[in-house]
Write a protein that binds this ligand. Sequence first.
Ligand code: ACM
Ligand code: ZN
Length: 525
Amino acid sequence: MINVIPRPRVAVEEEGFFEIPSDVICIRYDRRLGNMRQCVACTLGLISEESCYSDISFIYSEKMKEEEYLLKVTEAGIKIFASDYNGAFYAMVTVKQLLDDENKVPCCKISDRPLYSWRGMQLDESRYFFGMETVKKLIDYMAMYKLNRFHWHLTDDQGWRIEIKKHPLLTEIGSKRKGSQLHNWQCFDMSHSPVEGYYTQEEIKQIVAYAKARCVEIIPEIDFPGHSLAAIASYNDLACREIHSEVPDFFGGKIPESRGEKDWNRALCLGKDEVLEFVYDVIDETAALFPFPYFHVGGDEAPTSEWKKCPKCQARMRAEGLKNETQLQGWFTNKLNEHLKAQGKIMVGWNEILAAKGLDSDIVAQYWISRNGKNVLKHMKKGGNVILSNHKYFYFDMTHEYCTVKGTYYYEPSKVGIKGKSVQNVLGVEGQNWTEWTPTAEELFFKFSVRGLALAECAWSRSRDYNEFLERLEANKAKLDKMGIYYGEDWITLQKNSKAKKKAAKKLGLTTKNYDCEYELSVSK
Ligand code: ACM
Ligand code: ZN
């Protein structure tokens, strides 16, 4: 069996093998493919030398589509045909996965290209800040499994994580909080360890370059106008009323209510022109750091209660002829789109933004609710593109019992009502790593590592076979070990042994119905 994830389109195994040198490798390449020495360094971790005798020849073939490759391994060496850097890179990733412990690649012929152009992973660094090393590990993982879009959720209520030079308090105040609610939405337990951190613009540039060399494009997300409490804590006048607020140490549930904080969930005021100017400043500094044209503006779960009471928001609604607060958010969304479009960017937003009237069909919607996405289907009928991240299939912060590996693996757009011609408007799929209940990198890896492989295959491979995938998963565990990515045990990630789960839960004094304790169960067994 060809042990490669995601499953290649056509793969034929042949007799014999080719041994990769362990120090310097000789290569030959067509300049139209880009810098193949960088490609070899980023995949095999080897230094290469150009010579007419070559271990690997990279051949330009204009017949090949974007990201497509043909890989031929014989005892004499490796030949790779592609028409772009990414195709050549993915051929090398396949070689890397085929390497055994003795640095041998089995002879084979593989012809491969992806199903979707958008094969994404999101990371929420607002709720916990992981830092450069973990982000690079995530990018390495993505590159290894041919995932190519990193959606970086850089701001939310519980932390602002990107330096904005024009508004320094966003990081001076907004990147710090005093503690964190623990375990799950129902829980009142608190950690009193401060959480803080942010990326400087220089660090962001380094990560963008690191990702680019590995065929990963980064989409920043600055979440407006809801999920903005860290910004409001930094600049109180961004809200409708200037009541003092801090970066919250809770994620929700009953904690704020129990503290008498009934007005905590507030959005940016959409009646003040200064707020719009602030938003444009943040977009402009952020957009300048990320060359990929897509820009995510969030738009999810915006609370409307303050807008209803705010004279400025109400005046805006009268002036613009808006009937209700949903239309007020719609007006704001259209403003963001105009602003982004003027600088050649394509706006992405969560499915809530589609409630806006007269929204441009050029924008991209991210479909996250699990069903009934009527506005999403309408948007697609008008030719609008979507990224699919439906909760039940792609929310890797949820338990493996709810969002199963098999569910992710066999996901099809038809499961959320997308059929017929609209399928052409699916850019692809994306896994979500929200981190309210994920304080450490190890927990993060546990949550995404196995489902991320199912996602990779769902995003790349036309034909899928779950049982065969499980065999390849087993063979890939050594690769995950090498990358330092914790993947837990099958009894919990694959839900194979409910007795083991019950036993571990009992030991911790938990029930298996407690959805947020899988990681603890996994490490306590
Ligand atoms: C979301 O999960 N609020 C997009
Ligand atoms: Zn207001």
